[in-house]
Design a protein around this ligand. Structure first.
Ligand code: PRP
Ligand code: URA
Length: 219
């Protein structure tokens, strides 16, 4: 899939953690640990182009030249499932703000329902990293980026774990300037169920199931 804004990791540690995440037998504690590790690994890749300014630091032996980050950054997890990506990313960017957006998918229409949006009144910020493990139809990610754009945020990146082609296409079309960082690009979304035992519509295949339920043990 040729989408200029899409970056799919090939890091061995990412690929190994992905297997843990996908495994139906992985219990919530190990699932949460894999989400956290993957978020950190992908955040390292997503921040590889952050601008730096020169600085100096006094060591016990003298003065060393060094570098400092210049951008003011916020992490924006999409509740619920994005919450599990915050703590490890914050370890990389301890001075980042954390803003929360709440969205769930309506099961019938698959449209995102935004139920929480309490962004700061006067944001003084250069970059938002939107965190959400799943990019399925792309509706939730587009709604989050729309909200940040209308809040005047100049630069936005999306960090997810697993994406479907449908979601990548939707986000990249709506916001071509938003880089999309994923651990995996999967095959497709589940169609509307025909039989009682069929899975619900709009889940990523092969995916990992429901990222929120698997993290928080509510499945
Ligand atoms: C999941 C996921 C995304 C959304 C992706 O959240 O965390 O936010 O679905 O689907 P989309 O690309 O089709 O919009 P969900 O609606 O299950 O809510 P939850 O995080 O509270 O479980
Ligand atoms: N949300 C999830 O948690 N999983 C999917 O596969 C799609 C949306």
């Amino acid at each position: 899939m040729a989408v200029a804004s899409l970056h799919v990791s090939t890091h061995p540690l990412v690929l190994q953690r992905l297997c843990i995440l996908r495994d139906v037998a992985t219990p919530p504690p190990l699932f949460r640990a894999a989400v956290a590790d993957l978020a950190m690994l992908l955040a390292i890749e997503a921040t590889a182009d952050l601008p730096l300014t020169e600085t100096s630091v006094t060591t016990p032996m003298g003065i060393a030249r060094g570098s400092a980050l210049v951008q003011r950054i916020a992490l924006v997890p999409i509740l619920r499932a994005g919450l599990g990506m915050v703590e490890s990313t914050l370890r990389l960017l301890p001075n980042a703000q954390v803003w929360h957006l709440g969205a769930y998918r309506d099961h019938a229409s698959l449209q995102p329902v935004m139920y929480y949006n309490h962004l700061p009144q006067h944001p003084e910020l250069d970059l938002c990293l939107v965190l959400d493990p799943m990019l399925a139809t792309g509706g939730s990610a587009v709604a989050a980026v729309d909200a940040l754009r209308s809040h005047g945020i100049p630069q936005i990146k999306f960090i997810g774990l697993i994406g479907a082609p449908e979601g990548v296409h939707t986000l990249a079309t709506a916001h071509p300037d938003v880089p999309i960082h994923l651990a995996a690009l999967d095959e497709h979304l589940t169609p509307p169920p025909l039989l009682a035992d069929d899975p619900p519509e709009g889940y990523i295949v092969p995916g990992l199931g429901d990222a929120g339920d698997r993290q928080f043990g509510t499945g």
